[in-house]
Write a protein of this length. Sequence first.
Length: 135
Amino acid sequence: MNARIHPWVLKGGQKVLAYRILIAEDEFLIRWSLTEALSQEGYEVLAVENGREAIETGRSSDFDFVITDLIMPETDGWGVLNFFRQAQPAPRVIVITAHGEDDTERVAKENGAWAYVKKPYVIDRIKEILRTPVA
């Protein structure tokens, strides 16, 4: 899981890597808010409204990170996680949900999720995760 090489951008006087990020989220306001916030951070962001569109997009484009909701129409976040876990090169998948049970985080990580974030306060947490050095 090596990060792709992307240009560095200056953000707040600091150099940050301009990761390519795919967001799969059926709730418009969360999808829009995440897209805007991450784009303002200098990331290249593409957003889709369901898991089927995320998988279709993933077949033709590479991403460094995929942020997926678990509960979505057509194909859920588990299907998105499974697809991208097998992709080459595999992006890091961040799972977000408002419907997680006590063991959902554990199961998500056992199935290849890089991080898990509970809604509704996802933007600041995802920004923090994206700033974490990638080994």
